[in-house]
Design a protein around this ligand. Structure first.
Ligand code: C2E
Ligand code: MG
Ligand code: MG
Ligand code: MG
Length: 283
């Protein structure tokens, strides 16, 4: 009857609620555990930088590398940034982690120079949380000073969305960084929403064309049109332009014919550890 049906419905509701609570508690616990693991990863020396070479299309030489963070987890093995950067950003741990990356990239680049290898630019990805720290510019200056690396061998990659969160402040910070002699690049260009009129006020040296526009070249005519347009935009704004995620000869041919300066992607090399990168640089 209706009464017992009501009773059953309440009972099910209660059980579901309990199940839901347990699940929530487990999720919260798991998240706390991940947070603690991530927090301790720096002190435990579990982070490592990999380097992905960038090649100039005219000279065919490797002239730069992007540093990409990896977490050597004791149980989970090599963890990629997609799996821990979001939590690091959410919790603010990206600030100390980002400091580690910045200092390690500068130290490593200087060590390569001291070892007599050809001098290259090493780029570091900067997240919005870091960039907005009040003393961000002095942290960069300090990393250069401690490592002894000349500023022109450091590049910082920021995204359009980072800049557009607060254009006025971001542009001012970019000018301070430029005054240090550090180079700036816009990462994942084309996926954000920066207006073209704002773009001309950014003191950036390079645009990095997002991999999503490159991956379907030469099959997707729209992507080819967009890539070509970004290249000519960069040229007109006197910026360098690099294509990310280049995997095939056909892509290289299209980019070279379109006047793209540089390429980065599996076609040249995957991101590799420091020792393997030295072999690429020396070879
Ligand atoms: P990103 O800065 O756009 O880096 C390029 C990503 O594309 C890297 O993924 C790289 O391994 C991958 N990639 C490069 N060439 C190719 C290719 O030819 N094909 C394909 N399929 N993929 C390619 P990764 O290393 O997993 O990094 C992902 C993202 O994590 C980066 O995107 C960057 O936004 C972020 N990230 C990495 N390291 C750091 C860091 O030290 N700090 C911060 N804040 N973010 C970082
Ligand atoms: Mg990047
Ligand atoms: Mg990118
Ligand atoms: Mg990206």
């Amino acid at each position: 009857n209706a009464d017992s049906a009501m009773y059953r419905a309440k009972e099910i509701g209660r059980n579901n609620l309990q199940l839901f609570d347990v699940e929530m508690a487990l999720k919260a616990h798991e998240k706390l555990r991940r947070h603690e693991e991530l927090r301790d990863a720096i002190a435990r020396g579990e982070f490592v930088l990999h380097y992905q070479p960038q090649m100039n299309l005219k000279t065919q030489r490797i002239f730069a590398a992007e540093s990409l963070l990896r977490w050597q987890h004791p149980q989970r093995g090599m963890v990629l940034p997609g799996e821990f950067i979001p939590l690091a950003e959410e919790t603010g741990l990206i600030v100390p982690i980002g400091d580690w990356v910045l200092n390690e990239a500068c130290r490593q680049n200087k060590a390569w120079q001291d070892a007599g290898l050809p001098s290259i630019v090493v780029s570091v990805n900067v997240s919005a949380r870091q960039f907005k720290e009040r003393n961000w510019v002095s942290r960069v200056a300090e990393a250069l000073e401690v490592s002894g690396l000349e500023a022109r061998y450091l590049e910082l990659e920021v995204t359009e969305s980072l800049i557009m969160q607060d254009v006025v402040t971001a542009v001012a910070t970019m000018h301070e960084l430029e005054a240090l002699g550090v180079h700036l690049a816009i990462d994942d260009f084309g996926t954000g929403y920066s207006s073209l009129s704002a773009l001309k006020s950014f003191p950036v040296r390079r645009l990095k064309i997002d991999r999503s526009f490159v991956q379907d070249i030469p099959d997707d005519a729209d992507d080819m049109a967009i890539t070509g347009a970004i290249i000519s935009l960069a040229q007109k704004l006197q910026m360098q332009v690099i294509a990310e995620g280049v995997e095939t000869q056909a892509q290289v041919d299209f980019l070279a014919a379109s006047g793209c300066d540089d390429i980065q992607g599996y076609f040249i090399s995957r991101p590799v550890g420091a020792a393997a990168f030295v072999a690429l640089l020396a070879g």
